[in-house]
Ligand binder design. Structure first.
Ligand code: GRF
Length: 199
């Protein structure tokens, strides 16, 4: 199975995947990293791990469609089977998702379906929930709305700042994302409509 990671920023989740692959926990390597941000630390992490990494500049394309066509061209060239979105700050269109139906997964810093979209940790704090966490899900046409593969729960503490909660959730993200990818690679994750079953 050939894996691409899309990342726009820091890339700590990418790093967790790189480490999980280096240690043999995930039995395949990450083949490609794509970013829409030339300064993304994720690109540097990929470079250090000797993973092909490509900055595709959205500004070079007249339309979002053309931008995505370029992404698809690259993905086809690399024969990518699984796309992991790890802090990729762009919404993928319905036609892109159709091309890679059930082959795109995303990690989100809340217990979906609560707190979709941006600033999920802030949303959790403002809502007063006692538990939040992270979710790995298949990507469908909605925002953070696809079938849920796995979640991890984190306690929200009384005096948590956004940074505190984000940090505690991130620690879980770094375990959950590799775990999901390991199981997808091993063919143990089966999607049945809205439900994802672990074999
Ligand atoms: C993570 O919190 C992830 O859940 C969200 O974006 C953040 C990316 O962090 N989608 P990093 O770039 O992996 O460090």
């Amino acid at each position: 199975m050939k894996i691409a990671v899309f990342a726009s920023g820091r890339g700590s989740n990418l790093q967790a995947l790189i480490d999980a692959s280096a240690s043999g926990y995930i039995s395949t390597k990450i083949d490609l990293v794509i970013s829409d941000n030339k300064d993304a630390q994720a690109l540097k992490r990929a470079e250090s791990a000797r993973i092909d990494n490509i900055f595709v500049d959205p500004k070079e394309f007249k339309t979002h469609r053309e931008y995505e066509e370029k992404l698809i061209e690259i993905l086809k060239k690399y024969k990518i089977d699984l796309i992991a979105l790890a802090g990729f700050m762009r919404i993928l269109s319905a036609s892109f998702i159709k091309e890679y139906r059930n082959k795109i997964i995303n990690i989100h810093p809340s217990l979906l379906p609560a707190f979709k979209g941006l600033n999920a940790q802030l949303q959790a704090l403002e809502s007063g929930v006692k538990y939040s966490g992270c979710t790995v899900h298949f990507v469908d046409e909605g925002v953070d709305s696809g079938p849920i593969i796995e979640q991890a729960v984190v306690r929200v503490k009384d005096n948590d700042t956004v940074a505190d909660l984000s940090q505690r959730i991130l620690k879980e993200e770094h375990k959950t994302f590799p775990e999901v990818i390991k199981n997808i690679v091993e063919g143990k994750v089966i999607i049945r409509g809205r439900k994802v079953i672990w074999n």
